[in-house]
Design a protein around this ligand. Structure first.
Ligand code: SF4
Ligand code: F3S
Length: 103
């Protein structure tokens, strides 16, 4: 599962499309955690897609991660600012790749 203390345990190494990237990042095998309020561990995400289908405010969008061992696309929390903290995505992700931190 995603480390819910990633902000303490990892370092922000950059930003992609306005979304924070938390290392370590070594493409293509290691993609890090993406996002802060809504965070997705790209190294755990296996592109199930439930989060994209169920989020009522369309926070997520697919990004391609060719060569990643789990899946070649990931759910990027591109519109995390829109999140209403319903926690649906956290509940539906089959591999617990998502952390939402209300407040
Ligand atoms: Fe979308 Fe709800 Fe997840 Fe926020 S908590 S990203 S609103 S599904
Ligand atoms: Fe990935 Fe989980 Fe969404 S596997 S696509 S973060 S439901």
């Amino acid at each position: 599962a995603i480390d819910s203390n990633f902000e303490t345990n990892r370092e922000q190494v950059g930003e992609e499309d306005g979304v924070a990237v938390w290392g370590p990042v070594e493409p293509p095998e290691k993609q890090g955690i993406r996002g802060t309020h809504v965070a997705v561990d790209f190294d755990i995400c296996l592109a199930d897609g439930a989060c994209l289908e169920d989020c009522p405010v369309d926070v997520f969008e697919w990004v391609d991660t060719p060569g990643h061992p789990e899946s070649e696309r990931k759910a990027n929390p591109a519109d995390e600012d829109q999140c209403i903290d319903c926690m649906l995505c956290v509940d539906v992700c089959p591999v617990d790749a998502i952390d939402v931190d209300p407040g």
